[in-house]
Design a protein around this ligand. Structure first.
Ligand code: FES
Length: 143
């Protein structure tokens, strides 16, 4: 059996040009959702959880593509650059850290999610509810 037999097909190499990214959301084993960016780092296709290692609430792709240059992913907040292939950062505020990887496999020009710790949920980021749909968190407290 191939690694890609029951894997979700994300996109194709042709549709992911160098220095481009593709944002999708996975569901982890604990039921939580996590955003992932699939990137073409030039020498590689790789996928990383969509947050900086300096401040983990900072998304790398804020919904309109990750900023990339020469195969590096650039954090939009303080400008640290992460190697798109290794995930490692050797500069700026995130220096010495490495992005969290998600397993993907390229097979015959197609790119599959092959990470056994999560399942594909949907393309794009985690949908945030409109603010006016959100109940005020304090209004449901009971004592
Ligand atoms: S939040 Fe990314 S470098 Fe500071």
């Amino acid at each position: 059996m191939d690694a890609t037999d029951d894997a979700h097909r994300l996109t194709t190499v042709e549709d992911l040009p160098e220095n481009d990214s593709f944002l999708f959301t996975v569901r982890e084993r604990d039921g939580s959702q996590e955003e992932v960016i699939l990137v073409n780092g030039g020498d590689c296709i790789a996928a990383w959880k969509n947050f900086c290692q300096h401040e983990t609430d900072q998304r790398l792709d804020r919904g309109f593509g990750a900023a990339m240059r020469d195969g590096d992913i650039i954090c939009p907040k303080h400008g640290s650059m992460f190697d798109g292939c290794s995930g490692h950062c050797d500069n700026g505020k995130a220096s010495g850290s490495t992005l969290l990887s998600v397993d993907v496999t390229e097979d015959d020009g197609e790119i599959y999610l092959t990470d056994r710790t999560c399942d594909f949920d949907h393309e794009g980021g985690i949908e945030e509810d409109d603010d006016d749909d959100m109940p005020s968190s304090s209004s449901h407290l009971t004592f």
